[in-house]
Design a protein around this ligand. Structure first.
Ligand SMILES: [Zn+2]
Length: 391
């Protein structure tokens, strides 16, 4: 029979006997090897301000029982707790075991030593009270949380086109708190745009689309910085515009730009969420260079002849359709920023609004692709207008 602890020293000795510990070197090794584990920092908030172990969740010891089941929902997940020196985390480990967590370890010693050893650290999420309130429904999701919301606020997403697809994508990305939104569009708002381009308004007909979009985005969420490019994307400006953005959301409506965007994405190693719409149908996929998935040229080595590729202006489009497709594109962009879920890389999602059906096609990288293949032949920008008007 274990004796009931009567002093602090007895209590700690008893706890230490009943829990598993892990060295700081082993935690560092697991981080580098990307071994799945949930790191939980049980220090007080003011102690974490100077840094945390990368990726750690902050659950102060005083809130542990109340918050842990919400923040770590899988009780069989490998959990590693740490504090400053190893005592509070040992007590926390015992608490988690009592709550039914089956794979719990306590770091020994703790963060003070981790810092002395010069092991990697990161700054903890630092949201304002207003941001905690605005994004509270995100923060409740364990897959997002304060750390994910901080990633969104630090993210830079570039939208090609502030039109049909760009409108819903920009509004939802802005609402979600993506901190920097780049907008590339040379056009002005036309009354015939308003049937689907919900970023704009009747009062702003005749205004450049990037300015009109900025007004809508600012009003929705002042956290978002809008970077405007009132120009057409071309070979000689694509690198300047793409530079500094993490993800590209492609809502352009013409083939020369699509091929240009693809080549730049491969050359600059930027993921592109591609969407397109035609009358009642749309499709979405995500191109992630270097992921083993295809690029746009793997799927379409050659553009269709111009007479087989009518634009919305010529063929018409159901106004709601870009809403569906653009919102799927925004969802993909958010997942890429958060590093969560499974992207549409290697899959083409198709949508038929008249039949109300979604479909999915498997896409494969073409080893002979002239841009992303094993022996690429296209290594710099080409004449895209000429390439697309050969038909
Ligand atoms: Zn390719």
């Amino acid at each position: 029979m274990p004796t009931t602890p009567t002093t602090y020293a007895d209590l700690i000795a008893d706890v230490r006997k009943s829990i598993a510990t892990v060295s700081l070197e082993e935690i560092k090794r697991r981080l580098e090897a990307k071994v799945p584990m949930v790191l939980v920092d049980v220090r007080e908030k003011d102690e974490t301000r100077a840094g945390i172990i990368p990726g750690a969740l902050s659950v102060p010891r005083g809130f542990l029982e109340m918050q842990i089941e919400q923040k770590v929902t899988d009780k069989s997940a490998p959990v590693v707790l740490y504090c400053a020196g190893g005592t509070r985390s040992a007590l926390a480990a015992r608490t988690l075991m009592d709550l039914g967590y089956t794979h719990v370890e306590s770091a020994n010693p703790g963060f003070v030593r981790w810092k002395d050893l010069g092991f990697p650290m990161e700054m903890p999420p630092n949201l304002t009270d207003a941001q905690r309130d605005r994004y509270s429904r995100h923060i409740l999701l364990p897959e997002v949380g304060e750390a994910g919301q901080s990633k969104l606020l630090a993210a830079k997403v570039l939208l090609l086109g502030a039109g049909g697809l760009g409108s819903p994508a920009a509004l939802y990305l802005a609402a979600a708190g993506v901190g920097t939104l780049g907008l590339v569009d040379a056009d002005v708002v036309d009354a015939s745009n308003l049937q689907r381009q919900i970023l704009h308004a009747t009062s702003r007909v005749g205004t450049p689309k990037v300015d009109s979009a900025e007004i809508a985005i600012r009003d929705l969420n002042p956290d978002v910085k809008v970077v405007k490019f009132q120009e057409r994307l071309m070979s000689d400006n694509v690198e300047r515009i793409f530079k500094g953005f993490d993800v590209v959301v492609d809502g352009c409506d013409n083939f020369p730009t699509r091929y240009l965007v693809n080549d730049a994405s491969v050359f600059l190693n930027k993921p592109v969420v591609h969407g397109s719409i035609f009358r009642f149908e749309g499709q979405v996929t995500t191109f992630v260079p270097g992921s083993g998935g295809p690029c746009y040229r793997c799927l379409y080595p050659e553009p269709p002849p111009p007479h087989l590729a009518p634009s919305c202006q010529e063929a018409g489009v159901l106004g709601i359709l870009p809403g569906i497709i653009g919102v799927i594109q925004a969802t993909e962009a958010i997942k890429l920023v958060l590093g969560k879920g499974t992207s549409l890389s290697g899959r083409l999602l198709t949508y038929d609004s008249l039949r109300m059906k979604f479909g999915e096609l498997k896409l494969r990288r073409d080893k002979r692709c002239p841009v992303c293949g094993d022996s690429p032949t296209i290594k710099e920008y080409i004449d895209y207008e000429g390439f697309c008007n050969l038909g």
